[in-house]
Ligand binder design. Sequence first.
Ligand code: NAD
Ligand code: TYD
Length: 351
Amino acid sequence: MKKTVLITGGAGFIGSHVVRHFVNKYPSYRVVNADKLTYAGNLQNLADIENAGNYVFEKADIVDEKVVDALFEKYSFDGVIHLAAESHVDRSIASPNEFVFTNVIGTVNLLNAARKAWKDNMDDKMFYHISTDEVYGSLGSKGLFTEDTPYDPRSPYSASKAGSDHFVRAYHNTYGLPVVVSNCSNNYGPNQFPEKLLPLFINNILTGKELPVYGKGENIRDWLYVEDHAKAIDLLFHSGRHGETYNIGGHNEWKNIDLIYLLCELMDEKLGREKGESAKLITYVKDRAGHDKRYAIDASKIQDYPGWTPEHNFREGLSKTIDWYLENTEWMQNVLSGDYEKYYEQQYLER
Ligand code: NAD
Ligand code: TYD
């Protein structure tokens, strides 16, 4: 094997697309997916590549320092692509501590282990940390986040991601660890847990449940198809400059309510429902506490690299995404079991 790469959080939404991309594109790499399998981790996401000769799964909690050290001893990693995280803003508002443990302490455990393992030669190594545009805070109606925008995290989720980003950069500055950080906008696509806007609303439309729009639905997000993110990660893992940050986004801003109407229109077409039928489910509910108004990314730095541009047009990407959820109802049923009902009640029935 040419390289052994650790991908953390590989059983989650974005992680599973990154693992599949690397396993298929780089047969000479050994890809080790380390994941705790929280409610958001699902090995079904990787069923198509689980028997590939260059793929290994390790059930591991990155908060446990000994577990992380043992992984590094067992595999002699050449590179790390770190995606494991608690990732949902609403859950971070309800229970922030888990976000500090996994996102901050988990990241520091990985940094320490990489530093120890690579102390004699860091030249050809890479610690690539995946982060979010939410660390930059909230925009008004104008402007874009650049790599130089000062950090201003406003939710427990984004504060924990900002903390982890600072540790990653500090390890580069202090110990010379070869790191790259990227901050990406909202991803959409197959295998996303139905706590996030799009899969939640697709499932609710299918099952005739209300569509809980926070506030007036005027918040704005920039949406990127998950495979476009995976390709950007591939590019930066191989060509990103040590110590640098890259913003990744789709130049694709949508006001929530406009996006929801488009989703309803596409779902009506696909389900053979009368036009306007799904939109009747729209229900305005109490706003999210501290709800960031607008995120928008200036992705010109990564787009200056030859070879990356978002390939998916939004309408096509959204249509493909809906088709995936309609064809994979068993996947949805499986992830809706367990604690999901309790989560849904606490999150929505009191709003
Ligand atoms: P996700 O919640 O779908 O998946 C997270 C994965 O991490 C799960 O498989 C989970 O089991 C695993 N995990 C959680 N705690 C762990 C622990 N203590 N030890 C080991 N594994 C653990 O998240 P996602 O949406 O795929 O996001 C992946 C990464 O990308 C996160 O770092 C997130 O901050 C970042 N990101 C996400 C988005 C987005 O729109 N989803 C946008 C930008 C950046
Ligand atoms: P989400 O998918 O949670 O991503 P993020 O908060 O990280 O951007 O939410 C996307 C947008 O949709 C955000 O402005 C909050 C809004 N939203 C709702 O209006 N209702 C919902 O039930 C959810 C989950 C989100």
